[in-house]
Design a protein around this ligand. Structure first.
Ligand code: M6P
Ligand code: ZN
Length: 176
């Protein structure tokens, strides 16, 4: 069951660790195709993990993206569309600095977000979260349990990539 917990407990992950029904760990080897630049083949770092709590009609997921870069490109989630075309999603940001890429048709928007902010992701927009800071970027997502995840876009790539430049991030066209 979803409990009301204070923010410090969420950041310490005790909520996620005790209440989740599914735990996904994504390492570089699970998603190397998402990064457009060269890979450090000798290492296989954890990029992010998701603790999902699936309830009857609604689900919530706690996602933590570690700080880091692969060939200059910041650690990020795979990104997905919802197979249910009416399904939206809410993100509430808990720690760190991030960028949310949303994409529909040929439009790709980047939204810079930080702790305490909440974002509504409308139906039909693919979404990917990127850690552009040097601490863990974490957030809570709420969505309908039957939303369906279509990861095709993670293979084709989003139209933009976020790379490190002079200690900040910069967006570049994804040339595949
Ligand atoms: C959020 C939600 C989850 C999603 C997770 C990781 O918590 O959108 O549904 O699983 O981010 O994103 P992805 O599934 O694209 O790897
Ligand atoms: Zn989603």
């Amino acid at each position: 069951m979803l409990q009301v917990v204070d923010k410090s407990r969420l950041i310490s992950h005790s909520f996620a660790l005790t209440s989740h029904t599914k735990h996904v760990v994504r390492k570089l080897s699970d998603m190397a195709f998402c990064f457009s630049r060269g890979l450090a083949e000798d290492k296989d770092p954890i990029i992010y993990e998701v603790f999902e709590n699936q309830m009857r009609d609604l689900s919530c997921a706690f996602t933590r993206i570690l700080p880091g870069k692969i060939g200059g490109e910041f650690f990020m989630t795979k990104g997905h569309f919802h197979t249910d075309e009416d399904a939206s999603e809410i993100y509430h940001f808990l720690s760190g600095r991030g960028l949310i890429l949303i994409q529909k048709d040929n439009k790709c928007k980047a939204l810079e977000v930080e702790e305490g902010q909440t974002l509504y992701i409308p139906p039909l927009w693919a979404h990917r979260a990127i850690n552009i800071g040097n601490k863990v970027f974490s957030f809570l997502a709420v969505y309908r349990s039957n939303v369906g995840h279509d990861f095709d876009i993670s293979k084709k790539g989003f139209l933009k990539i976020a790379v490190s430049k002079k200690g900040k991030y910069c967006l570049k066209d994804n040339k595949g």
